[in-house]
Design a protein. Structure first.
Length: 386
Protein backbone atom coordinates (compact mmCIF):
# COMPACT_ATOMS: atom_id res chain seq x y z
CA UNK A 1 0.00 0.00 0.00
CA UNK A 2 1.14 3.53 -0.73
CA UNK A 3 2.85 4.85 2.44
CA UNK A 4 0.95 8.15 2.43
CA UNK A 5 -2.32 6.37 1.86
CA UNK A 6 -1.59 4.05 4.79
CA UNK A 7 -0.95 7.05 7.05
CA UNK A 8 -4.17 8.72 5.90
CA UNK A 9 -6.28 5.58 6.34
CA UNK A 10 -4.84 4.98 9.80
CA UNK A 11 -5.69 8.55 10.72
CA UNK A 12 -9.24 8.08 9.43
CA UNK A 13 -9.58 4.85 11.42
CA UNK A 14 -8.53 6.65 14.59
CA UNK A 15 -10.99 9.52 14.24
CA UNK A 16 -13.75 7.09 13.23
CA UNK A 17 -13.25 5.13 16.44
CA UNK A 18 -13.22 8.32 18.50
CA UNK A 19 -16.51 9.60 17.03
CA UNK A 20 -18.22 6.25 17.47
CA UNK A 21 -16.94 5.92 21.04
CA UNK A 22 -18.49 9.35 21.73
CA UNK A 23 -21.77 8.09 20.19
CA UNK A 24 -21.71 10.98 17.69
CA UNK A 25 -21.86 13.60 20.45
CA UNK A 26 -19.54 16.53 20.89
CA UNK A 27 -18.95 20.27 21.06
CA UNK A 28 -19.13 22.81 18.23
CA UNK A 29 -17.40 26.21 17.90
CA UNK A 30 -20.58 28.29 18.22
CA UNK A 31 -22.40 26.40 20.98
CA UNK A 32 -21.63 28.92 23.74
CA UNK A 33 -25.21 30.17 24.08
CA UNK A 34 -26.13 26.76 25.52
CA UNK A 35 -24.44 27.91 28.76
CA UNK A 36 -26.43 28.39 31.96
CA UNK A 37 -25.01 31.93 32.18
CA UNK A 38 -26.78 33.05 29.02
CA UNK A 39 -29.61 34.74 31.01
CA UNK A 40 -26.98 37.23 32.22
CA UNK A 41 -26.85 38.62 28.67
CA UNK A 42 -30.41 39.94 29.20
CA UNK A 43 -31.28 38.94 25.62
CA UNK A 44 -28.94 41.63 24.29
CA UNK A 45 -27.55 40.65 20.88
CA UNK A 46 -24.13 42.17 21.51
CA UNK A 47 -23.84 40.50 24.91
CA UNK A 48 -24.86 37.15 23.43
CA UNK A 49 -22.21 37.54 20.76
CA UNK A 50 -19.59 38.28 23.41
CA UNK A 51 -20.50 35.12 25.33
CA UNK A 52 -20.53 33.03 22.17
CA UNK A 53 -17.17 34.36 21.01
CA UNK A 54 -15.59 33.99 24.44
CA UNK A 55 -16.46 30.29 24.47
CA UNK A 56 -15.35 29.89 20.87
CA UNK A 57 -12.08 31.81 21.07
CA UNK A 58 -10.85 30.68 24.48
CA UNK A 59 -7.81 28.42 23.94
CA UNK A 60 -8.91 26.37 26.96
CA UNK A 61 -12.19 24.48 26.75
CA UNK A 62 -14.41 26.33 29.24
CA UNK A 63 -17.62 24.59 28.17
CA UNK A 64 -17.73 22.03 31.03
CA UNK A 65 -17.51 24.89 33.54
CA UNK A 66 -20.28 26.86 31.81
CA UNK A 67 -22.73 24.01 31.51
CA UNK A 68 -22.34 23.55 27.73
CA UNK A 69 -22.88 19.85 27.12
CA UNK A 70 -21.81 17.63 24.26
CA UNK A 71 -24.77 17.04 21.96
CA UNK A 72 -25.86 15.17 18.86
CA UNK A 73 -25.05 16.89 15.59
CA UNK A 74 -27.03 16.63 12.36
CA UNK A 75 -24.04 17.97 10.46
CA UNK A 76 -21.76 15.46 12.15
CA UNK A 77 -24.03 12.56 11.25
CA UNK A 78 -24.25 13.76 7.68
CA UNK A 79 -20.51 13.94 7.20
CA UNK A 80 -19.91 10.60 8.91
CA UNK A 81 -22.52 9.00 6.64
CA UNK A 82 -20.77 10.56 3.65
CA UNK A 83 -17.42 9.15 4.80
CA UNK A 84 -18.85 5.70 5.53
CA UNK A 85 -20.34 5.59 2.03
CA UNK A 86 -17.00 6.40 0.45
CA UNK A 87 -15.34 3.63 2.46
CA UNK A 88 -18.11 1.22 1.47
CA UNK A 89 -17.63 2.12 -2.20
CA UNK A 90 -13.87 1.57 -2.01
CA UNK A 91 -13.80 -1.54 0.19
CA UNK A 92 -17.15 -3.26 -0.32
CA UNK A 93 -17.27 -3.74 3.45
CA UNK A 94 -20.97 -4.04 4.31
CA UNK A 95 -20.36 -2.65 7.81
CA UNK A 96 -19.70 0.78 6.32
CA UNK A 97 -22.93 0.63 4.36
CA UNK A 98 -24.85 -0.29 7.51
CA UNK A 99 -23.29 2.51 9.54
CA UNK A 100 -24.07 5.01 6.78
CA UNK A 101 -27.69 3.87 6.59
CA UNK A 102 -28.01 4.12 10.38
CA UNK A 103 -26.79 7.74 10.24
CA UNK A 104 -29.18 8.62 7.40
CA UNK A 105 -32.11 7.02 9.20
CA UNK A 106 -31.24 9.02 12.32
CA UNK A 107 -31.14 12.18 10.21
CA UNK A 108 -34.55 11.46 8.70
CA UNK A 109 -35.99 11.07 12.19
CA UNK A 110 -34.30 14.27 13.36
CA UNK A 111 -35.13 16.63 10.53
CA UNK A 112 -36.41 20.13 11.38
CA UNK A 113 -39.91 19.62 12.76
CA UNK A 114 -41.14 23.06 11.72
CA UNK A 115 -41.12 22.15 8.03
CA UNK A 116 -42.81 19.35 6.15
CA UNK A 117 -39.86 18.74 3.84
CA UNK A 118 -36.47 17.51 5.00
CA UNK A 119 -34.01 20.12 6.25
CA UNK A 120 -31.60 20.53 9.16
CA UNK A 121 -30.02 23.21 11.31
CA UNK A 122 -27.85 23.67 14.38
CA UNK A 123 -28.62 22.04 17.72
CA UNK A 124 -27.90 25.33 19.51
CA UNK A 125 -28.95 28.98 19.28
CA UNK A 126 -26.61 31.22 17.32
CA UNK A 127 -26.28 35.01 17.36
CA UNK A 128 -24.32 37.09 14.86
CA UNK A 129 -24.23 40.59 13.41
CA UNK A 130 -27.11 39.53 11.18
CA UNK A 131 -29.28 38.62 14.18
CA UNK A 132 -30.36 35.41 15.86
CA UNK A 133 -30.69 31.94 14.38
CA UNK A 134 -32.74 29.70 16.70
CA UNK A 135 -31.67 26.12 17.29
CA UNK A 136 -33.19 23.58 14.91
CA UNK A 137 -34.05 26.34 12.39
CA UNK A 138 -32.75 24.78 9.17
CA UNK A 139 -30.19 26.37 6.89
CA UNK A 140 -29.45 25.63 3.26
CA UNK A 141 -25.77 24.83 3.93
CA UNK A 142 -26.29 21.81 6.19
CA UNK A 143 -29.40 20.68 4.33
CA UNK A 144 -27.59 20.68 0.97
CA UNK A 145 -24.45 18.97 2.26
CA UNK A 146 -26.48 16.28 4.01
CA UNK A 147 -28.52 15.94 0.83
CA UNK A 148 -25.38 15.06 -1.13
CA UNK A 149 -24.83 12.13 1.25
CA UNK A 150 -28.37 10.89 0.53
CA UNK A 151 -27.67 11.09 -3.20
CA UNK A 152 -24.45 9.11 -2.77
CA UNK A 153 -26.41 6.52 -0.80
CA UNK A 154 -29.01 6.26 -3.55
CA UNK A 155 -26.41 5.84 -6.28
CA UNK A 156 -24.50 3.20 -4.29
CA UNK A 157 -27.45 1.18 -2.99
CA UNK A 158 -30.29 1.90 -5.41
CA UNK A 159 -32.62 2.44 -2.44
CA UNK A 160 -35.33 4.81 -3.65
CA UNK A 161 -36.00 6.03 -0.10
CA UNK A 162 -32.71 7.94 -0.21
CA UNK A 163 -33.73 9.63 -3.45
CA UNK A 164 -37.11 10.50 -1.95
CA UNK A 165 -35.39 12.31 0.92
CA UNK A 166 -33.15 14.14 -1.56
CA UNK A 167 -36.24 15.29 -3.48
CA UNK A 168 -37.80 16.43 -0.21
CA UNK A 169 -34.68 18.49 0.58
CA UNK A 170 -34.89 20.08 -2.86
CA UNK A 171 -38.55 20.92 -2.31
CA UNK A 172 -37.50 22.76 0.86
CA UNK A 173 -34.78 24.60 -1.08
CA UNK A 174 -37.24 25.55 -3.84
CA UNK A 175 -39.52 27.16 -1.25
CA UNK A 176 -36.75 29.42 0.10
CA UNK A 177 -36.81 33.18 -0.51
CA UNK A 178 -34.64 34.39 -3.39
CA UNK A 179 -32.93 37.64 -4.24
CA UNK A 180 -33.82 38.18 -7.90
CA UNK A 181 -31.41 40.34 -9.92
CA UNK A 182 -30.54 41.03 -13.56
CA UNK A 183 -27.70 38.52 -13.16
CA UNK A 184 -29.36 35.51 -11.61
CA UNK A 185 -31.11 34.82 -8.33
CA UNK A 186 -29.66 34.03 -4.92
CA UNK A 187 -31.15 31.28 -2.78
CA UNK A 188 -31.53 32.38 0.83
CA UNK A 189 -29.40 31.01 3.65
CA UNK A 190 -32.53 30.53 5.77
CA UNK A 191 -36.25 30.14 5.17
CA UNK A 192 -37.63 32.97 7.31
CA UNK A 193 -35.83 35.90 5.65
CA UNK A 194 -33.68 36.64 2.60
CA UNK A 195 -30.00 36.23 3.34
CA UNK A 196 -27.68 36.21 0.31
CA UNK A 197 -24.40 34.33 0.82
CA UNK A 198 -22.38 32.81 -2.02
CA UNK A 199 -21.41 29.45 -0.57
CA UNK A 200 -24.92 28.66 0.66
CA UNK A 201 -26.42 29.75 -2.66
CA UNK A 202 -24.02 27.55 -4.64
CA UNK A 203 -24.40 24.57 -2.32
CA UNK A 204 -28.15 24.77 -2.80
CA UNK A 205 -27.73 25.04 -6.56
CA UNK A 206 -25.49 21.96 -6.67
CA UNK A 207 -28.00 19.92 -4.66
CA UNK A 208 -30.82 21.02 -6.95
CA UNK A 209 -28.84 20.28 -10.11
CA UNK A 210 -27.67 16.82 -9.11
CA UNK A 211 -31.15 15.79 -7.99
CA UNK A 212 -32.85 17.40 -10.99
CA UNK A 213 -30.84 15.27 -13.40
CA UNK A 214 -31.79 12.10 -11.52
CA UNK A 215 -35.52 12.90 -11.38
CA UNK A 216 -35.77 14.95 -14.61
CA UNK A 217 -37.08 18.12 -12.96
CA UNK A 218 -36.67 21.15 -15.24
CA UNK A 219 -37.84 23.62 -12.60
CA UNK A 220 -35.08 22.61 -10.18
CA UNK A 221 -32.55 22.78 -12.98
CA UNK A 222 -33.65 26.29 -13.95
CA UNK A 223 -33.37 27.49 -10.36
CA UNK A 224 -29.90 25.95 -10.05
CA UNK A 225 -28.80 27.74 -13.22
CA UNK A 226 -30.08 31.09 -11.96
CA UNK A 227 -28.26 30.60 -8.65
CA UNK A 228 -24.97 29.80 -10.37
CA UNK A 229 -25.39 32.82 -12.62
CA UNK A 230 -25.79 35.02 -9.53
CA UNK A 231 -22.56 33.87 -7.90
CA UNK A 232 -20.43 33.43 -11.02
CA UNK A 233 -21.35 36.90 -12.29
CA UNK A 234 -20.03 38.29 -8.99
CA UNK A 235 -16.75 36.39 -8.99
CA UNK A 236 -13.70 38.66 -9.11
CA UNK A 237 -11.38 38.56 -12.15
CA UNK A 238 -8.70 36.81 -10.05
CA UNK A 239 -11.11 33.94 -9.32
CA UNK A 240 -12.10 34.82 -5.74
CA UNK A 241 -15.46 35.54 -4.14
CA UNK A 242 -16.52 37.61 -1.17
CA UNK A 243 -18.25 35.51 1.45
CA UNK A 244 -21.33 37.59 0.60
CA UNK A 245 -22.22 40.76 -1.24
CA UNK A 246 -23.36 42.67 1.85
CA UNK A 247 -20.90 45.25 3.20
CA UNK A 248 -20.49 43.25 6.43
CA UNK A 249 -19.59 40.04 4.57
CA UNK A 250 -16.59 41.23 2.57
CA UNK A 251 -13.92 38.68 3.34
CA UNK A 252 -12.35 35.80 1.42
CA UNK A 253 -11.65 32.58 3.30
CA UNK A 254 -10.47 29.05 2.68
CA UNK A 255 -13.30 26.64 3.40
CA UNK A 256 -16.16 28.75 2.04
CA UNK A 257 -14.20 29.08 -1.20
CA UNK A 258 -13.92 25.28 -1.15
CA UNK A 259 -17.70 25.00 -0.85
CA UNK A 260 -18.08 27.32 -3.86
CA UNK A 261 -15.71 25.30 -5.98
CA UNK A 262 -17.15 21.91 -5.05
CA UNK A 263 -20.64 23.18 -5.80
CA UNK A 264 -19.75 24.68 -9.16
CA UNK A 265 -17.90 21.53 -10.21
CA UNK A 266 -20.86 19.39 -9.15
CA UNK A 267 -23.22 21.60 -11.14
CA UNK A 268 -21.08 21.44 -14.31
CA UNK A 269 -20.42 17.71 -14.04
CA UNK A 270 -24.10 16.88 -13.50
CA UNK A 271 -25.65 19.18 -16.08
CA UNK A 272 -22.97 19.43 -18.76
CA UNK A 273 -23.48 23.20 -18.71
CA UNK A 274 -20.03 24.57 -19.58
CA UNK A 275 -20.92 28.25 -19.41
CA UNK A 276 -19.14 28.63 -16.06
CA UNK A 277 -16.18 26.31 -16.66
CA UNK A 278 -13.76 29.22 -16.93
CA UNK A 279 -15.07 30.56 -13.60
CA UNK A 280 -14.32 27.15 -12.09
CA UNK A 281 -10.81 27.10 -13.54
CA UNK A 282 -9.98 30.60 -12.27
CA UNK A 283 -11.49 29.88 -8.87
CA UNK A 284 -9.51 26.70 -8.37
CA UNK A 285 -6.23 28.33 -9.42
CA UNK A 286 -6.89 31.10 -6.91
CA UNK A 287 -7.67 28.50 -4.23
CA UNK A 288 -4.40 26.63 -4.76
CA UNK A 289 -2.24 29.76 -4.87
CA UNK A 290 -3.68 31.72 -1.95
CA UNK A 291 -4.74 29.37 0.87
CA UNK A 292 -1.71 27.18 1.58
CA UNK A 293 1.83 27.50 2.87
CA UNK A 294 4.67 25.58 1.24
CA UNK A 295 4.60 22.89 3.98
CA UNK A 296 0.88 22.23 3.45
CA UNK A 297 -0.41 24.24 6.39
CA UNK A 298 -3.78 25.73 5.37
CA UNK A 299 -4.41 29.46 5.77
CA UNK A 300 -7.76 30.75 7.00
CA UNK A 301 -7.90 33.89 4.87
CA UNK A 302 -6.36 34.63 1.49
CA UNK A 303 -4.06 37.22 3.05
CA UNK A 304 -3.18 35.76 6.46
CA UNK A 305 -2.61 32.39 8.08
CA UNK A 306 -4.14 32.48 11.54
CA UNK A 307 -6.23 31.00 12.91
CA UNK A 308 -5.17 27.68 11.39
CA UNK A 309 -8.61 26.08 11.59
CA UNK A 310 -9.41 22.38 11.29
CA UNK A 311 -12.38 23.17 9.06
CA UNK A 312 -10.03 24.81 6.55
CA UNK A 313 -7.83 21.71 6.59
CA UNK A 314 -10.69 19.25 6.18
CA UNK A 315 -12.47 21.16 3.41
CA UNK A 316 -9.20 21.78 1.58
CA UNK A 317 -8.38 18.05 1.59
CA UNK A 318 -11.88 17.25 0.37
CA UNK A 319 -11.89 19.89 -2.38
CA UNK A 320 -8.39 19.05 -3.61
CA UNK A 321 -9.26 15.35 -3.74
CA UNK A 322 -12.42 16.18 -5.69
CA UNK A 323 -10.44 18.15 -8.30
CA UNK A 324 -7.51 15.73 -8.47
CA UNK A 325 -8.69 13.74 -11.54
CA UNK A 326 -8.56 16.95 -13.61
CA UNK A 327 -5.66 18.78 -11.95
CA UNK A 328 -2.17 17.33 -11.61
CA UNK A 329 -1.19 19.57 -8.69
CA UNK A 330 -4.30 18.90 -6.60
CA UNK A 331 -3.45 15.40 -5.41
CA UNK A 332 0.04 16.35 -4.24
CA UNK A 333 -1.25 19.42 -2.44
CA UNK A 334 -4.05 17.40 -0.80
CA UNK A 335 -1.48 14.95 0.56
CA UNK A 336 0.69 17.76 1.92
CA UNK A 337 -2.28 19.33 3.70
CA UNK A 338 -3.40 15.98 5.10
CA UNK A 339 0.05 15.01 6.37
CA UNK A 340 0.64 18.41 7.95
CA UNK A 341 -2.75 18.26 9.68
CA UNK A 342 -2.27 14.69 10.92
CA UNK A 343 1.22 15.47 12.22
CA UNK A 344 0.29 18.74 13.90
CA UNK A 345 -3.40 18.63 14.82
CA UNK A 346 -4.38 15.01 15.56
CA UNK A 347 -4.33 13.99 19.20
CA UNK A 348 -3.03 10.60 20.32
CA UNK A 349 -6.64 9.75 21.25
CA UNK A 350 -7.62 10.12 17.59
CA UNK A 351 -9.53 13.40 17.50
CA UNK A 352 -8.36 16.55 15.76
CA UNK A 353 -7.71 19.86 17.51
CA UNK A 354 -9.86 22.89 16.79
CA UNK A 355 -7.32 25.60 15.99
CA UNK A 356 -3.70 26.60 15.97
CA UNK A 357 -3.07 30.16 17.11
CA UNK A 358 0.27 31.99 17.41
CA UNK A 359 2.07 30.17 20.21
CA UNK A 360 -0.90 28.08 21.34
CA UNK A 361 -3.05 25.17 20.18
CA UNK A 362 -6.77 25.18 20.97
CA UNK A 363 -7.35 21.45 21.50
CA UNK A 364 -11.11 21.30 22.07
CA UNK A 365 -12.47 18.37 20.02
CA UNK A 366 -15.40 19.62 17.95
CA UNK A 367 -17.67 17.00 16.41
CA UNK A 368 -18.85 18.19 13.02
CA UNK A 369 -16.25 20.97 12.89
CA UNK A 370 -13.15 18.83 12.81
CA UNK A 371 -13.91 15.17 13.36
CA UNK A 372 -16.68 14.39 10.87
CA UNK A 373 -15.39 16.77 8.20
CA UNK A 374 -11.83 15.47 8.54
CA UNK A 375 -13.10 11.90 8.38
CA UNK A 376 -14.91 12.51 5.11
CA UNK A 377 -11.97 14.44 3.66
CA UNK A 378 -9.42 11.80 4.62
CA UNK A 379 -11.36 8.84 3.23
CA UNK A 380 -12.06 10.83 0.05
CA UNK A 381 -8.35 11.46 -0.38
CA UNK A 382 -7.46 7.84 0.40
CA UNK A 383 -9.81 6.72 -2.37
CA UNK A 384 -7.83 8.82 -4.86
CA UNK A 385 -4.54 7.22 -3.79
CA UNK A 386 -5.50 3.67 -4.72
Amino acid sequence: MNTTRAIIETSADRVERWVEKKKYRGYEPFDGLSSFIRPLTLKNVFAERLLQQFVRQCPVNVRPFLGVRQKESTKGRGYMAWGYLKRYKDSGNIQYKNKAVDCLQWLSKNKAQKYENHSWGNHFDFTSRAGRLPKHEPIIVWSSLIGQAYLDAYELTGNSEHLSVAKSICNWIMDLPREKTHNGSCLSYVAYTQSSIHNSNMLGAAMLARTAVLVNDKSMLKTAKEAMEYSCSRQFPDGSWWYGEGSNTHWIDNFHTGYNLDSLKCYIDCTGDNEYREHLKKGFEYFKKNFFESNGRPKYYHNRVYPVDIQCASQAIDTLAYFSPQDEEALDLAQKVALWTINNMQDKQGYFYFRQLPGVMSKTPMLHWGQATMYKGLVHLASKLQ
